[in-house]
Ligand binder design. Structure first.
Ligand code: GDP
Ligand code: MG
Length: 470
């Protein structure tokens, strides 16, 4: 690892009360003590007044001035915060100079430090050192950038808990389970004679399922929820003409966004509106009703409906409680098998028992069906609750900050496949060598998540997301 001492401005560029320059590395104290004079400026700041680096205690603040000793010029009145290795952000000696936040002031000081032999820090380099010096793992390092970039309270909560090591300890326990399974398998492979009994495959499968497969599944579910929190959930309202789609949108968002009439084919464009369901931001789209023989404008609207359907995370499939299902609705429902769907039976206020819409039993078995009245507002709260429930993972996971990001999710997918393969191999009796190859692959994925094993270019791309000075 590069042992040079690095320096950067850690606060945003511009004019302000305080600007911080951060320095980390073995030369931090020697260099800073050579340009720092304690106490008030009194015209007697000479090169000889410097106090040695050993005079600075860890976790103390020092008031004084930064001067260029060669020309006896005072740059600023500052406070130094001194944190000696290993009790610092990077585990190296760290000094933070709190100066006045003017670009010229800060750059003058920074250039003075460079002139004394320090090197400019790259993006995220302080955090990278914290990772390389084993103070944090890679999931924690990633959480630092997530926290800085967070723009919702939920994203902040996720990042904070992940920074504290929530995902790290979760993965440590998955790793422990994999290592013990692997040890058992490899003992049989390496010392077939020394091991008394055959492996109890059922027990091993149960162990892998409960300690690895299920926990990883939970994390993958949490990934979706986390994505919704970060980016919002895309929901689309579809159904035949006049079933009350636009009325439902208006009711859900609490204002008249879309035009409602009793003329079929009123909505020809897709109309978007925002709401929050159980803390999750939702982008809700009302669409043109799907029907045969539309006019030309309506046909374009229907094409758009299909586009929205493609990318939707959640589909609200609206039917009219008073009208029997159309063949077209049945076909459409079948095309939605890959989607999260809620069937909304609207106009439940109309008592038309004789014409009541009969949902096929397979609909009721496969997706939630909720009766509402967009006109009167009944059932709407239940619908919102259902929407949030369908997309949120195990509730605890938010609180624990156990929401993987995309990089981690890709590795979790790989881990999941590898362990599933190992379990199939155990079931099928395909030989312990195969099982051990799969388990090793799984272990590698865990190590890439936590950064125990990671390629330099992956690190580069992760830390490129951080800002200089962090
Ligand atoms: N009785 C009753 N009428 C409704 C309800 N929802 C919508 N409607 C009426 O159904 C007609 C079509 O509504 P609209 O929202 O434009 O349906 P869309 O074509 O599916 O967007 C309008 O006359 C609405 O007032 C409801 O819950 N109960
Ligand atoms: Mg409409």
């Amino acid at each position: 690892m590069d042992r040079s001492t690095i320096a950067a401005i850690a606060t945003p560029e511009g004019y302000g009360g305080i600007g911080v320059i951060k320095v980390s590395g073995p030369d931090a104290l020697p260099v800073i003590s050579s340009v720092f004079r304690r106490g008030a400026a009194n015209g007697r700041m000479h090169p000889g007044d410097a106090e040695g680096p050993e005079s600075f205690e860890s976790w103390r603040l020092y008031f004084g001035h930064i001067i260029d000793p060669d020309i006896c010029r005072v740059f600023d009145e500052v406070i130094l915060a001194v944190m000696r290795a290993p009790h610092s952000y990077t585990r190296e000696d760290v000094v933070e100079i709190q100066a006045h936040a003017g670009p010229k002031v800060l750059y003058n000081i920074l250039e003075l430090l460079f002139a004394k032999g320090l090197r400019p820090a790259g993006p995220g380099e302080f955090t990278r050192r914290a990772f390389l010096n084993d103070r944090i793992d890679l999931t924690q390092a990633e959480a630092v950038a997530d926290l800085i970039n967070a723009d919702s309270d939920a994203a902040v909560d996720m990042a904070v808990t992940q920074m504290a090591g929530g995902l790290k300890s979760y993965m440590d326990s998955v790793r422990g389970a994999l290592v013990s399974a692997l040890a058992e398998i490899e003992a049989v492979i390496d010392f077939p004679d020394a091991v008394d009994d055959e492996i109890d495959s059922d027990k091993l499968i149960a162990h892998l399922s409960s300690e690895v497969i299920h926990p990883v599944e939970d994390l993958l579910n949490a990934y979706d929820s986390g994505r919704f929190l970060r980016e919002g959930l895309r929901a689309v309202i579809i159904g035949g003409p006049n079933v009350g789609k636009s009325s439902l949108l208006n009711r859900l968002v609490g204002k008249d966004r879309a035009i409602v009439t009793d003329i079929p084919g009123t909505t020809r464009d897709c109309i978007e509106a925002m709401l929050t369901a159980g803390g999750i931001p939702v982008v809700l789209a009302d669409t043109a009703g799907l029907r045969e023989d539309p006019d030309q404008v309506e046909r374009l609207g229907i094409e758009k409906t299909h586009e929205y359907l493609q990318s939707a995370d959640l589909v609200l499939f609206v039917v009219d409680a008073g009208v029997s299902l159309r063949r077209q609705d049945q076909d459409l429902f079948e095309q939605l098998s890959e989607k999260r769907v809620i069937v909304v039976i609207n106009k439940s206020d109309l008592e038309q028992q004789d014409r009541l819409c009969e949902l096929p039993p397979e609909w009721r078995d496969s997706v939630p069906c909720i009766s509402v009245s967009a006109l009167e507002g009944t059932g709407i709260a239940d619908l919102v609750k259902k929407m949030a429930g369908l997309v949120s993972g195990p509730a605890d996971y938010y609180r624990q900050g156990l929401v993987p990001n995309w990089r981690q999710k890709v590795l979790l997918d790989r881990l999941y496949r590898a362990v599933s393969d190992a379990v199939s191999a155990l079931y099928g009796g395909s030989g312990y060598e195969l099982v051990s190859v799969d388990l090793r692959e799984a272990l590698l994925s865990v190590d890439e998540i936590t950064g125990q094993y990671v390629q330099a270019d992956v690190l580069d791309s992760i830390f490129a997301r951080h800002c200089v000075g962090k």
